[in-house]
Design a protein around this ligand. Structure first.
Ligand code: T46
Length: 128
């Protein structure tokens, strides 16, 4: 999704409003940074979570897998974000040294919401 971008000769500004720019109430914000070269993150799905992912600096590859197809999104712009709604297996690869990944989430952190086993994830997608 492209984000509203207010740029002028002083620089850039992007504003995100809950239930307007993105279609959910934001209950949690986290960011991933200082990633080591060759690290891979994610490798899980969520049972009930909407997320909006913005690479505010640097680049990384974000993979979404719906159980039958894997799609790689190259995140490289602070002016757009990836909206994730549904049960997708996710992986993050190829972080640049300066990558900062900002994530807005619809729910508070819950360990129970994670599906960390790929076979369990496939079973869950088939039950939907
Ligand atoms: C996701 C991808 C994109 C917390 O205590 N609270 C939090 O809100 C989060 C997100 C994590 N944690 C703890 C749990 C672990 O001990 O932080 C540690 C690292 O989390 P995790 O290994 O899950 O990080 P990633 O990068 O593999 O996955 C994260 C999110 O957890 C996940 O929801 O969709 O980023």
């Amino acid at each position: 999704m492209k984000l509203p971008h207010y740029g002028d000769d002083r620089g850039s500004l992007v504003a995100i409003e809950a239930n307007e720019t993105i279609p959910f109430e934001v209950k949690r914000i986290y960011y991933i940074f200082d990633t080591e070269k060759e690290v891979q993150r994610g490798f899980h799905a969520h049972k009930n979570l909407k997320q909006f992912v913005i690479c505010v600096k640097g680049t990384c590859d974000f993979i979404l897998d719906d159980g039958s197809e894997r799609t790689t999104f190259k995140l490289d712009s602070a002016k757009e974000g990836l909206f994730i709604d549904g049960v997708y297996w996710r992986e993050m690869h190829n972080f640049s040294d300066d990558c900062v990944l900002l994530v807005l989430a619809s729910e508070h952190y819950s360990k129970e919401d994670y599906i960390t086993n790929y076979e369990d994830f496939l079973l869950q997608t088939r039950n939907i």
